[in-house]
Design a protein around this ligand. Structure first.
Ligand code: IMP
Length: 427
């Protein structure tokens, strides 16, 4: 099995968890490379549902090694709770199948607090953050004052770094936000303790993964969020604070681009997004309600209702380009089973001009009119279909049309949340 990157090609929640889970059985290592516990990857195994936030979805397969790469930001409490929860459900998690780069940046309570206070101040221009402290932790990383996992193992180092951070942050909390701030002693003891618990999982991710490649083993890189939430290529500023695109897999793990064999993008058969920001193909309220309920479109991390809309080929074409997608996996076809007509957005109209490429200017996305192709629905249950050939004719026509517009083959189709509701094909 080659080394494959799997990315979200829309605004996240495309069903990556399920696709990673299906592909995991043929790979040796499954690796997260960016984001943190703002992600929520839902995987259904038999009758059981697992929601993973930090630990790669490969953990549900015996014999796979899961690695949290250096590009991830880790809330140690969230990681610890996830380990415990998985163990309670009978999933083995120990240092043989879970490793964490000792270079990951660590989320502290002050990151979550500042994020909340800033969002409150933004008022109507708020981002709609998950509130997990992800952005402020990456801010410290870029500001070169971040605290990494390895620092939690060295009490003098942690003392020095935390002291300096808290001195400045508490001053900002008090003077700007009228918030009392955090006690050094409490945080220091708490995080030294996390360091003790997590030490056994620490690794040098780049060495581990490059050794694995040298031995002919294969890696699945598990993207979190989606391309349109990427800090550089998404709908900035309504994005997350990391590179969710394929390039992030290399910087976030220390594996070079020439070791990557293929990039797969995951898309829903329609579009969703959580949080604020432009969404040209967003449904009107009645359709929104119908698809949201049928597709169970509620955030796996925050439980917030997701905004839903038609498939937007402009944004997916952008994803295909910036990620170099070799193929796409289309999920949740079954959610459109009851739709009389189905639309695909192929361009935007802005100030009388046709816009076929994703615009960098967010004003265009906010104010454009989507141009749709309209197709008849299939009005048949697809949830038990096992082969592309057995899909209703209009569903096949829809997929074929997507593949033609996107000039990219569809390699995987998913018609439900179970492992068995998936088939490979070559449209
Ligand atoms: P943050 O990364 O928590 O600050 O959130 C920034 C934006 O990204 C918000 O609109 C979130 O709703 C969105 N976001 C973050 N993580 C995910 C995810 O895993 N799926 C979908 N949206 C996400």
């Amino acid at each position: 099995m080659p080394n494959i990157i799997v990315v979200g090609a829309q605004w996240g929640d495309e069903g990556k968890g399920k696709i990673i889970d299906v592909l995991s059985k043929d790979s040796d290592y499954v690796v997260r490379y960016q984001g943190g516990n703002n992600a929520g990857h839902t995987v259904v195994v038999g009758e059981r549902e697992f929601v993973l936030h930090l630990i790669p979805s490969g953990i549900l397969h015996r014999g796979k090694v899961c690695v949290i790469g250096n590009g991830v930001v880790v809330d140690p409490e969230a990681l610890w709770n996830e380990i415990i929860e998985l163990r309670k459900k009978g999933i083995k998690v120990n240092e043989d199948n879970l490793m964490v780069s000792d270079e990951v940046h660590i989320i502290f309570p002050y990151h979550k607090a500042i994020e909340r206070l800033k969002e409150d101040r933004r008022g109507s221009s708020k981002i709609g953050s998950t509130g997990r402290g992800i952005g402020p932790c990456y801010t410290d990383k870029a500001d070169r004052c971040g605290i990494r996992l390895a620092d939690l193992f060295e009490k003098d180092m942690l003392y020095e770094k935390l002291k300096a951070n808290l001195k400045e942050k508490n001053e900002i909390f008090r003077k700007i936000y009228n918030f009392k701030g955090f006690s050094f002693k409490e945080l220091y003891d708490q995080y030294l303790n996390y360091g003790k618990r997590l030490k056994r999982y620490a690794c040098n991710c780049s060495i581990i993964l490059n050794d694995c490649i040298a031995k002919g083993k294969s890696i699945l890189f598990e993207g979190a969020q989606g391309t349109l939430l990427d800090m550089d290529h998404g709908t900035y500023p309504f994005v997350t604070s990391s590179n969710a695109t394929a390039g992030g897999a290399c910087t976030g793990t220390g594996v070079s681009p020439n070791k990557i064999d293929s990039v797969i993008g995951v898309v829903k058969a329609y579009t969703t997004r959580v949080g604020e920001g432009p969404f040209p193909t967003e449904f009107p309220p009645d359709l929104m309600e119908q698809i949201r309920n049928k597709g169970k479109e509620f955030g796996a991390t925050t439980g917030r209702p997701r905004r839903c809309g038609w498939f937007d080929a402009v944004i997916v074409s952008h994803s295909i380009r910036v990620n170099g997608l070799d193929s796409i996996a289309v999920t949740k076809i079954d959610v459109l089973d009851d739709s009389n007509t189905i639309k695909i957005c192929v361009a935007y109209k802005y100030k009388g001009k046709l816009c076929e490429n994703f615009p960098g200017d967010i004003n265009i996305l906010n104010n454009c009119e989507p141009i749709y192709e309209v197709y008849p629905g299939w009005l048949e249950d697809t949830s038990s279909v096992q082969r592309y050939e057995d899909l209703p004719l209009n569903a096949r026509r829809y997929l074929k049309r997507l593949s033609t517009i996107l000039k990219t083959k569809i390699s995987i189709v998913s018609v439900g949340s179970k492992r068995t509701q998936t088939f490979y094909n070559n449209i």
